[in-house]
Write a protein that binds this ligand. Structure first.
Ligand code: CO8
Length: 262
């Protein structure tokens, strides 16, 4: 499939999806959803890819939300279908076996904040803006925002963001725990790639185990989560990467992880 709405590149062990509709501030429509799904097929099929980064093309936006010109024409049932397509894509992103970083280079509004929320963590530039402005359009978030915001930030903060529709700065987003790190705009990409490459140098099996344990363990009680962690620890121990990592430490050298289970 050739892409018109995203730019997809694999740069060594890091794959990059760039939302690419700068004329509409990278707003999402079904064509974007279809192209991102296709790019995820390629990411999943390539064992050399260790980390995925999502970002926006252009200086102004990561994603300024769902495409309002598209949404205005939808019937209620078509709206539901669009929302479910977004949910499916974001579950897929969340469940990828590799880490996903949202590199938020500008506006991340509505669906833009929701996409970033489905990534493992968010790095943002100083001029990034987050928010759920759907209430200003007479609707509500439709790509999981009411759910993921409440789980990440607590119910009260999720309600305030979704009920006021106000935009918050990257600094405010960091203060409330939405964003991990904020960088000067011209340093954001370099810093994101540095972290992506650092994670890519780790064992694939253990990266996957961390992601699964944190995500799956989050919604269960602590003893069940710890039980899951012990099983995942054993799985990592079955991987040659565990032998390599510990032997390398004892031999005072850098480990070389193969990312295989047997
Ligand atoms: N959809 C379509 N076009 C957009 C969008 C969008 N979300 N955002 C910006 N654009 C377009 C503008 O219309 C404009 O186009 P043109 O040049 O042809 O007039 C161009 O991008 C540039 O935008 P502005 O001139 O408005 O740029 P400003 O710098 O003045 O403002 C803002 C930037 C503040 C980001 C402003 O564009 C804005 O408020 N955009 C809308 C943000 C928004 O409300 N997002 C939420 C959308 S709803 C949503 O995401 C719901 C997700 C789930 C839906 C599923 C259920 C169906």
């Amino acid at each position: 499939m050739s892409y018109e709405n995203i730019i997809f590149k694999i740069e060594g062990d890091v794959a990059v999806i760039r939302f690419n509709r700068p004329e509409a501030l990278n707003a999402i429509n079904p064509a974007v959803v279809e192209e991102v799904n296709d790019a995820l097929d390629k990411v999943e099929a390539d064992p050399a890819v260790r980390v995925l980064v999502l970002t926006g093309e252009g200086e102004k936006a990561f994603v300024a939300g769902a495409d309002i010109a598209y949404m205005v024409k939808l019937s209620p049932l078509e709206g539901r279908k669009f929302s479910r397509g977004g949910h499916k894509l974001l579950f897929r992103l969340e469940n990828l076996p590799i880490p996903v970083i949202a590199c938020v280079n500008g506006f991340a509004l509505g669906g833009g904040t929701e996409i970033a929320l489905a990534c493992d963590f968010i790095y943002a530039s100083e001029n990034a803006k987050f928010g759920q402005p759907e209430i200003n359009l007479g609707v509500i978030p439709g790509f999981g925002g009411t759910q993921r915001l409440a789980r990440l930030l607590g119910k009260a903060m999720a309600k305030e963001l979704c009920m006021t529709g106000v935009m918050i700065s990257a600094r405010e987003a960091k203060e409330i725990g939405l964003v991990n790190k904020v960088f000067p705009h011209d340093k954001l990409w370099e810093e994101t790639i540095k972290t992506a490459r650092l994670m890519a140098s780790k064992g694939r099996v253990s990266l996957r185990a961390v992601k699964r344990c944190v995500d799956r363990g989050y919604n269960v009680d602590l003893p069940s989560g710890c039980y899951m962690e012990a099983d995942a620890f054993a799985l990592c121990k079955a991987s040659p990467d565990a032998t390599e990592g510990m032997t390398a430490f004892l031999e005072k050298r850098k480990p070389e992880f193969k990312g295989e289970l047997t």
